[in-house]
Design a protein around this ligand. Structure first.
Ligand code: GLN
Length: 213
């Protein structure tokens, strides 16, 4: 059963480019809500983990409220809720971070290299072709971006550039190493919303996961 009402999309608001995602979600006709606590996860149909600094977020591991929200995000994601990680969000979703033991959700079968574009290239705009989404290239903003070094067999690569993979999907999980929310192009957000309307997560979720903590 698809979600027929206006989709409600959470943006994890602990750090990073939150309002930019909310603006684009709004432009796509979704209801965007900031997520800071576990109890706010109950009514969302999908979640965006924005860019920021993964080592800062990882340091929150061990803080009770942080561990609780991470635990509940994991449960919802495993139950089928679509989750989209941009840049830092993609690092946080990855199972494997090269040469790092930093905390992570570790849900997606990808290996990432942090800051893959080197210190001299902290930020750049690149045209990225995402054949499955559109013929016309997407003007992608990379900020101290990771690259996806390898993917498991159930991961679909959606876009690559010379340096490596920059967009991939595994079932209900989507990652981009770039920041579509820093443009006005809604392509990637519309794609994520299409994943939400495909998802059966709302209907399938065990009731106890929907109970506010
Ligand atoms: N370099 C950052 C990290 O490792 C990610 C940067 C970003 O999200 N723009 O977490």
């Amino acid at each position: 059963m698809a979600v027929s009402r206006k989709p409600v999309v959470g943006v994890l608001a602990l750090q990073g480019a939150v309002s930019e995602h909310m603006r684009l979600l709004d432009a796509c006709g979704a209801e965007a809500v900031e997520i800071k606590r576990s109890k706010e996860l109950g009514r969302i149909d999908g979640l965006i983990i924005p860019g920021g600094e993964s080592t800062t977020i990882a340091k929150l591991t061990g803080v009770e409220a942080f561990d609780a929200i991470m635990d509940d995000i994991k449960k919802r994601a495993v139950a089928g809720m679509p989750v989209y990680g941009t840049c830092m969000g993609s690092i946080f979703l990855a199972k494997d971070i090269e040469d790092s033991t930093q905390g992570r959700l570790g849900l997606m079968d990808i290996k990432v290299r942090r800051n893959a574009f080197g210190p001299q290239k902290f930020s750049s705009e690149r045209l990225v072709v995402i054949p499955e989404l559109r013929n016309e290239a997407f003007n992608a903003v990379f900020i101290r971006a990771p690259i996806i070094l390898s993917c498991g067999s159930t991961v679909t690569v959606l876009a690559s550039i010379d340096e490596g993979i920059v967009m991939a999907r595994q079932g209900n999980l989507l990652v981009t190493s770039f920041h579509p929310e820093l443009t006005s192009d809604t392509l990637v957000h519309e794609y994520f919303l299409s994943m939400i309307s495909e998802a059966k997560s709302v209907a399938l979720l065990p009731q106890e996961l929907l109970v506010a903590r």
